[in-house]
Design a protein around this ligand. Structure first.
Ligand SMILES: [Zn+2]
Length: 173
């Protein structure tokens, strides 16, 4: 049996990181923090906020939303992504194209009761529809410097890639 191939990367993992101290990235982290106040989580009492930075500079945020069924909980990352979609972030991008995968630059997640939360497995699969190696920021505390960073493709190195499936559906695919 062949060895598992290394995950395909659009860019090397060492590619240039953004300026996390810039006003934009401070706003992104603030948006994730602020979103936690909108969480509806009476069952878990575990608020989570997420904020996406679109490449054009727009920030979209969301918080977790639980229902009494528990199984129909919507995670903060999903709400933020839904807001970005509703806001038209992907309107001018062909699904699966470079423009599609470059429409969002970064994601910040904040859970005040955790010491730093990465998106869950389900959200990683959802985000892989629009993410490649975006910067993921887990906010770890209340201070400006309280965060850690990882590239998305380190969180889900072998996603079920939509680009291949989409190209198979096109006339010349
Ligand atoms: Zn999740």
């Amino acid at each position: 049996m062949d060895a598992m191939p290394a995950p395909a990367r659009k860019e090397p993992i060492t590619s240039k990181l953004p300026d996390f101290e810039s006003a934009l990235y401070q706003m992104l982290r603030a948006a994730a923090r602020d979103a936690t106040r909108l969480a509806y989580c009476p069952y878990s009492r575990f608020p989570v906020g997420a904020a996406l930075l679109a490449t054009g500079g727009t920030i979209w945020s969301g918080a977790n939303f639980e229902t009494v069924t528990l199984s129909q909980t919507i995670h903060a990352e999903e709400v933020a992504l839904s807001a970005a979609i509703s806001g038209g972030v992907f309107t001018n991008a062909t699904p699966g194209s470079d423009a599609w995968f470059n429409a969002i630059e970064a994601l910040a997640v904040y859970a005040p009761k955790s010491s730093g939360l990465w998106p869950c497995g389900n959200c990683r699969a959802t985000l892989s529809e629009v993410f490649r190696n975006q910067v993921i920021i887990a906010i770890t505390g209340s201070g400006d410097d309280d965060f850690k960073v990882v590239r998305f493709n380190a969180l889900i190195p072998f996603p079920m890639g939509c680009a291949e499936v989409l190209s198979s559906l096109r006339p010349n695919g």
